[in-house]
Write a protein that binds this ligand. Structure first.
Ligand SMILES: *Cc1c(COP(=O)(O)O)cnc(C)c1O
Length: 384
């Protein structure tokens, strides 16, 4: 059995979407800027996808700009907003648990003279909205809080932060890359001004994403050139990718409630079995305020890297932290921010499900994980 439980890192493209994308690449290859039939057809594909993405967020199609993925979107929105609103102030508030696409963009903005506050989070990984309010200064121009964390899946108090930001006239950005397509998002109710998403985290293709820019918000492009995307992002549109993003958004919106319910109950079975059948384990992050597909465990006395390697021998794909941090031996900045020690953070295992995960796969994974943990703990005892 081959089990893929790293859907927070990336997901499989839906077969019908991949097939239609291939057809667009091979036969319907028009550049949307032309005036002949094939170009008009390509422009129509882009227009429909823009509506599908807008519908996923409760936005208007004119507020959607296609990008080359989540990292690009975060860079564009944070840099663009900071530069456009620098006359009002130079202070930005974000959290210590953001994805590196946000954290490292903020670091770059600090070098340009912006002042960034990185808020800590409590042990359950959920930001206290009152802490955001306390950090606000007269010169605060932008608040960026992720919708759901990519390592723990913990949902952040977006509506509370959005309400506060709106009341004070501060722009509010959320990196919704993990949440989009998985939980309902409403940019109006949540008072979100700027939002980032990417297709490959909800069964669309890699290298294609979108940002939401509330009407009336000034935004500077990251990529200069032609007039595509209303001047927000130059370059010939990635028509097959945009098609794939739009179809993935429509698919997610249509099936959201049933899929989330089914995935959540499988995930709960996984959590239940791991916590009861493997001694000295804990769940990282809030038990209730988390994405339906995420389980992140602290398994004491074993290394996350070794667990991932041994699970791989059993054809199970898992993660010991964020994909971006793996390869380096640095412990997860998210788990450290939640108060875990370096040793604890190195013993974590993230299992993330998709709508294609089955009960048999979950049971196989728990059985194998039990063996792996027993083996690693026994080896530890022998060393001592
Ligand atoms: C995956 C991810 C990103 C980066 O998206 P890419 O499309 O891979 O560039 C950004 N933020 C979060 C929270 C993510 O999970």
């Amino acid at each position: 059995m081959e089990v893929y439980l790293d859907n927070a890192a990336t997901t499989a493209v839906l077969p019908e979407i991949a097939a239609a994308m291939a057809d667009i690449m091979i036969r319907r290859c028009g550049n949307p800027s032309g005036i002949y039939k094939r170009s008009r057809e390509a422009a129509g594909i882009v227009l429909e996808a823009r509506t599908q993405v807008a519908d996923l967020l409760g936005a208007s199609p004119r507020e959607i700009c296609f990008t080359g993925g989540g990292s690009e979107g975060d860079n564009m929105l944070l840099r663009g907003a900071a530069h456009c609103y620098r006359h009002k102030g130079r202070h930005i508030i974000t959290t210590q648990i953001e994805h590196h696409a946000v954290l490292n963009t903020c670091k770059a903005l600090e070098k340009e003279g912006f002042d960034v506050t990185y808020l800590p989070v409590p042990a359950d990984g959920r930001l206290d909205p009152a802490a955001v309010e306390q950090a606000v200064r007269k010169d605060t121009i932008l608040i960026s809080v992720m919708y759901a964390n990519n390592e723990t899946g913990v949902l952040q108090p977006i509506r509370a932060v959005g309400d506060m930001a709106r009341a004070r006239g501060i722009l509010f950005h959320t990196d919704a890359v993990q949440a989009a397509g998985h939980v309902p998002i409403d940019v109006e109710a949540d008072h979100i001004d700027l939002l980032t998403l990417t297709a490959h985290k909800f069964h669309g293709p890699k290298g294609c994403g979108a940002v939401y820019i509330r009407r009336g918000t000034a935004m500077e492009p990251l990529v200069y050139g032609g007039p595509q995307e209303r001047g927000w992002r130059a370059g010939t549109e990635n028509v097959p990718g945009i098609y794939g993003l739009g179809m993935a958004a429509a698919h997610a919106r249509q099936g959201m409630d049933t899929v989330a319910g089914r995935v959540r109950s499988l995930r709960d079975r996984l959590i239940q079995r791991v916590l009861t059948e493997i001694p000295d384990t804990e769940l990282n992050g809030s038990r209730t305020e988390r994405l339906p597909n995420n389980a992140n465990f602290l398994i004491r006395g074993v290394s996350g890297e070794e667990m991932v390697l041994l699970l791989d021998f059993a054809d199970i794909a898992a993660s010991s932290g964020s994909a971006c941090a793996s390869g380096s031996l640095d412990p997860s900045h998210v788990l450290l921010a939640m108060g875990r020690s370096r040793e604890e953070a190195a013993g974590c295992l993230r299992l993330t499900l998709s709508e294609f995960t089955t009960g048999a796969e979950i049971d196989y994974t728990v059985d194998k994980l039990k063996e792996v943990v027993e083996r690693l703990r026994a080896a530890q005892r022998d060393v001592r």
